[in-house]
Design a protein around this ligand. Structure first.
Ligand SMILES: [Zn+2]
Length: 297
């Protein structure tokens, strides 16, 4: 990104200075502009970095113990947090952060909480079977009793469709999965769902900084409730982290549930008979999954 600044800014200035200083060269302004344009085209400066973005400063830093995170979105309205345990598993091992403001926050930047590596990206427009078919109709949709625009043109993204017409097998909508590299979340798997748009620079293998925009608040795969981003975090030892507590400034807890009596035996028997892990529950998928999708909203 520093390279971009160099190529877009300093090189043309140096070129102008150089061309102006050349003895005997009558460089009119229009000629200089033409030369600079040609120089930029020749170096590819105007197109080579399309889709890249400059990491923004984090609008809200959260510090708690060993954790230093950037708020992924404005934290004015939380939806669901950790739900109770059922058969040894959390029903909703995640936090839902509701959109706020105009159009219930549709299009609000969603940021990486920490420096992280992109592990997986699920774009509905690229894979509607898995992540749901985007609702590309004009007009409005109603969620949570609010009438909201189905799409907007957003700089850096183009036309963004915020809703889905189908759920897709993941039932997650636009999805980004990260592996934390710092901020107390090193080695944690961090998953964002229901994104209305995913920034073009977000591709597997890319490293994002804390506060960097990864997508937009949306409502993909959300059929009833207000727009929100669903975030779940799993520790390196496979336990869900109560990320809502952390974002709310409370002591972070592990969201692990105590397995009910006899569950371990049943799970072992199920794994043995079906050859699947507990985290993978859907059929018909060739690619190994990171985890089961969280149903619906
Ligand atoms: Zn959720």
């Amino acid at each position: 990104m520093a390279d971009r600044g160099l190529r877009d800014g300093i090189f043309p200035i140096l070129f102008l200075a150089y061309s102006s200083a050349m003895p005997g060269w009558d460089t009119s302004m229009s000629l200089r502009c033409a030369l600079v344009a040609a120089f930029l085209v020749a170096t590819g400066a105007s197109t080579a970095f399309a889709g890249e973005q400059t990491p923004s400063a984090c609008p809200q830093v959260i510090r708690r113990g060993a954790y230093e995170l950037c708020a992924p979105a404005p934290l004015d309205s939380f939806g669901r947090g950790f739900k109770g345990c059922r058969r040894g598993r959390r029903a909703h091992p995640a936090v839902d952060i509701n959109g706020v403001g105009k159009d219930r926050g549709l299009g609000t930047p969603v940021r990486s909480m920490t420096r992280a590596r992109v592990v997986m990206v699920g774009r509905p427009e690229d894979n509607p079977g898995e992540f749901g078919r985007p609702d590309d109709r004009p007009g409005t949709a109603v969620r949570g009793g609010f009438e909201l625009p189905r799409c907007k043109d957003v700089p850096g993204y183009g036309r963004v469709h915020f809703f889905s017409r189908t759920m897709g097998s993941w039932r997650s909508g636009g999805t980004v999965v990260l592996e934390g590299l710092g901020g107390g979340l090193k080695g944690h798997r961090i998953r964002y769902m229901h994104l209305g748009g995913i920034h073009p620079s977000i591709q597997p293998g890319v490293v994002v900084e804390a506060g960097q925009e990864i997508g937009l608040m949306g409502a993909t795969a959300i059929q009833r409730t207000v727009p929100h981003v669903h975030i779940d975090v799993v520790t390196p030892n496979g336990r869900p982290l109560d990320i809502k507590a952390l974002l709310a400034g409370d002591k972070p807890r592990s969201g692990a549930c105590r397995a009910p009596k006899g569950t371990a035996k049943k799970d072992a028997a199920r794994k043995g008979s079906k050859g699947t892990s507990a985290g993978v529950r859907r059929k018909g998928s060739a690619a190994p999954r990171l985890d089961a999708p969280t149903p619906g909203e």
